[in-house]
Design a protein around this ligand. Structure first.
Ligand SMILES: C[S@@+](CC[C@H](N)C(=O)[O-])C[C@H]1O[C@@H](n2cnc3c(N)ncnc32)[C@H](O)[C@@H]1O
Length: 252
């Protein structure tokens, strides 16, 4: 696996343009944000990209900060939201932020999965715990290691779209099943896989069980997690990722 190349992808104009066109929250995100991000809080939106989550999270916040390690992404964010605080910053090394500076840290859309090693991901979790207040909330998502098949989204689709979406899901399902049985991630509940997204990226996959152990090791407990098909509840074998809401237990 070559996770070093992931950062270059996020600097490329085509990938930045893709994130600039994304404006909607996923239903699972909207549910978790509404439940755990209350008005009047200090929020760090890590891996903010072009700012898809910004209008929701900054509205009513006492302080909102967008951060990303990609210069191109943070510049795009700055053009869209020039009035908001922003930092070019790597989630694995956040020395520009003080201990207990934030009430909420968000790392949306599986951004944590592209971090380039297990050690670096643990550094990111531990840095996140450090900059959160005791009792603070960490929201993020991670790809599911147990996926075997894709479920087509058919609601609102026309007849020709239905056929196309079913075909796409079949193709994806073949890839998921092949990945599951050719690597260790399905049986171990974690590992690294190749994803064709943005011309091919390698990333981490996990389960709530394996993620919970990592979170506990740096002082977080999972309060709730929901599958990517929320509000529908699908089998773990059909769930593309999980959205997690965690609480910093240290110092509480
Ligand atoms: C999948 S994109 C999501 C962008 C945005 N949050 C959204 O939902 O549209 C992941 C983002 O995380 C950023 N990212 C990945 N690893 C990072 C790291 N270690 N530190 C900071 N940003 C990171 C990428 O540059 C990219 O903008």
């Amino acid at each position: 696996m070559n996770l070093d190349g992931n950062r270059d992808k996020y600097e490329s104009p085509e990938v930045v343009l893709y994130y600039e066109t994304q404006t909607e929250l996923q239903p699972c995100e909207a549910y978790i944000f509404k439940k755990y991000v209350k008005p009047g809080l200090a929020i760090l939106d890590m891996g903010v990209g072009a700012g898809r989550t910004t209008s929701f999270l900054s509205n009513g916040a006492q302080r909102y900060v967008g951060a990303d390690y990609s210069r191109a992404m943070i510049d795009s964010f700055g053009i869209r939201y020039p009035h908001l605080e922003r930092h070019q910053c790597d989630a694995t090394e956040m020395s520009q932020f003080l201990d207990s500076e934030f009430d909420v840290v968000v790392f949306s859309f599986n951004g944590i999965d592209v971090i380039d090693s297990d050690n670096a991901r643990l550094r990111c979790l531990s840095e996140t715990a450090r900059i959160l207040k005791p009792g603070g909330v960490f929201i993020f998502s991670s790809h599911n290691a147990k996926i075997l098949a894709a479920w087509p989204k058919l609601s609102g689709a026309r007849v020709h779209q239905i056929l196309w979406r079913i075909l796409l899901s079949l193709v994806k399902s073949v890839r998921f099943t092949f990945n599951a049985f050719s690597g260790v991630q399905f049986s171990n509940g974690e590992g690294y896989i190749r994803d064709p997204v943005h011309g091919g990226m390698d990333h981490y996959v996990s389960t709530p069980e394996t993620m919970s152990l990592q979170l506990k090791s740096v002082g977080f407990e999972i309060m709730e997690y929901v599958g990517g098909h929320f509000p529908e509840v699908k089998s773990a074998y059909l769930t593309p990722w999980y959205y997690y809401a965690c609480r910093k237990t240290v110092g509480v």
